[in-house]
Ligand binder design. Structure first.
Ligand code: TXA
Ligand code: MG
Length: 327
C-alpha cells in the first residue's frame, strides 16, 4: 500500500500543525518516553474510533488517556490518596494509574469499564503538544495490534504509514518498554497490571499473580497481561535463560544476548543489547533491535532473558509474550 505518512521534526511550526490535526479529529504518531503512541482527542468519539481502526485493535481493549498535569487528570478521574502520592512521586513519567472515571471519559475509551487508565507523560515533545491542546490524548502504542511496540518514528511510519498522515519525531524512546500500569481502584490493595520502567521495588507494590480465569471484564482489566501472545515480530522468537547459551541454533538463526558473550555459536549471527549489561540500556535497545532483525531474513531469533529485577521484569514479560506461540 502507498505510504503517505510524513515524519515531522518537533519544531514549533510542526507542533502547531500536529495540534491542528488533532483538533480536526485526526490520529497521529507521537513520541513518549516509553514507546511511540497513536494519539487522538480522548474526548471525541470519532477520534477514539479512528485509533482503534488504525491500530486494528478490538474495541474491548481500553486506551490510556494522557494529560499534561495531575490537575487536568483530576478533572476526568477520581483520585484517592495513594494515587496522589504515586502521581506526585512518578509523574511526569512512565506510570499509568487505573482510577474510577468520571462521565467526561466515554465508554469507548475504557471499553465499557467504570475505570480509566491515565498518565502524565514526561517526553518534552509530547508535553509541548499536550500543552497546546485543551483536551487530553488517548494513545495506545503505535503498532499494529499484536506487533512489537515502536521506539522510533520510523517504526510507526513503516507499519502504520499508509493509515496516518504524520508521526512527530522525538528520537529514540528512552525507556523502550511501555509504562508500568497500577490498578488503584482499591487504594488499600494497589496491583501492578503490567510491569514497566518503574519497578515494583520503586513503587513499593508486590506484583500479584496474573489470574488464570478470564471474564471479559478481567480481560480488559488485566492489561496486556491477559494476552499471552503479544508484542510479536514475524520472525519466531525462542528464549534462553539469563547467562546461558541457546539450544538448537541453525545457521539461518540469530542470537541476541544481553551483553557481549565470552563465546558464542560460531554458525549464527550474534548481537547484544548493551556493552555493560545495564538493564535500562537493554530495555532501550530491545524493541529497536527486534524490529531491525524482523526486517532481515532470519529463520528464528534466540533471545536471552534479562535478570529478573527492576526493569528486567518488564523486559522478560514482553519477551515471554513475544515468544508465545500464535493461537
Ligand atoms: O507506555 C505506554 O503505556 C504507552 C504510551 C503510548 O503511553 N501506551 C501503551 O498503550 O502501552 P497500550 O494501549 O498499548 O497498552 C495499554 C494497556 C491496554 O492494553 C489495556 O489493557 C490497559 O492498558 N488499560 C487501559 N485502560 C484500562 C482500564 N480502564 N483498566 C484496565 N486496563 C486498562
Ligand atoms: Mg500496546
Amino acid at each position: 500500500m502507498r505510504h503517505v505518512c510524513k515524519i515531522l521534526s518537533p519544531t514549533a511550526e510542526n507542533l502547531d500543525l500536529c495540534a491542528d490535526l488533532l483538533r480536526d479529529e485526526a490520529v497521529i504518531g507521537v513520541p513518549t518516553e516509553t514507546v511511540y503512541g497513536l494519539a487522538g482527542n480522548a474526548l471525541c468519539e470519532s477520534s477514539v474510533r479512528k485509533i482503534f481502526e488504525v491500530k486494528g485493535r478490538p474495541l474491548i481493549d481500553p486506551l490510556i488517556v494522557h494529560f499534561s498535569s495531575i490537575e487536568d487528570a483530576e478533572v476526568h478521574v477520581e483520585f484517592n490518596q495513594c494515587a496522589r502520592e504515586l502521581a506526585a512521586q512518578f509523574w511526569p513519567g512512565a506510570l499509568t494509574l487505573i482510577l474510577p472515571k468520571k462521565a467526561s471519559i466515554s465508554d469507548l475509551v475504557t471499553a465499557g469499564l467504570p475505570s480509566a487508565a491515565v498518565r502524565v507523560p514526561g517526553h518534552p515533545v509530547f508535553r509541548s503538544l499536550l500543552e497546546r491542546l485543551d483536551f487530553p490524548l488517548a494513545a495506545p502504542s503505535a503498532n499494529p495490534f499484536g506487533y512489537v511496540s515502536p521506539t522510533l518514528a520510523e517504526h510507526v511510519e513503516s507499519t502504520l504509514g499508509d493509515r496516518i498522515l504524520v508521526v512527530l519525531d522525538g528520537g529514540a524512546c528512552d525507556h523502550g518498554v511501555e509504562s508500568t500500569i497500577v490498578d488503584l481502584r482499591d487504594p488499600d490493595a494497589p496491583k501492578i497490571l503490567r510491569p514497566g520502567p518503574i519497578s515494583a521495588e520503586a513503587l513499593g507494590i508486590q506484583i500479584t499473580d496474573t489470574p488464570q480465569t478470564k471474564t471479559p471484564e478481567q480481560t480488559a482489566q488485566a492489561a496486556p497481561g491477559m494476552l499471552t501472545q503479544h508484542y510479536s515480530p514475524n520472525t519466531p522468537i525462542q528464549l534462553f535463560s539469563h547467562g546461558e547459551q541457546p539450544n538448537g541454533v541453525q545457521g539461518s538463526d540469530a542470537i541476541v544476548y544481553n551483553t557481549k558473550p565470552a563465546s558464542s555459536e560460531p554458525s549464527a549471527d550474534t548481537f547484544w543489547l548493551s556493552e555493560s549489561g545495564d538493564l535500562a540500556e537493554i530495555a532501550h535497545n530491545l524493541f529497536m533491535l527486534i524490529q531491525k532483525m524482523d526486517k532481515a531474513s532470519y529463520t528464528r531469533l534466540h533471545v536471552e532473558r534479562a535478570a529478573d529485577e527492576g526493569i528486567g521484569v518488564a523486559i522478560n514479560d514482553r519477551l515471554s509474550r513475544a515468544a508465545a506461540k500464535r493461537e
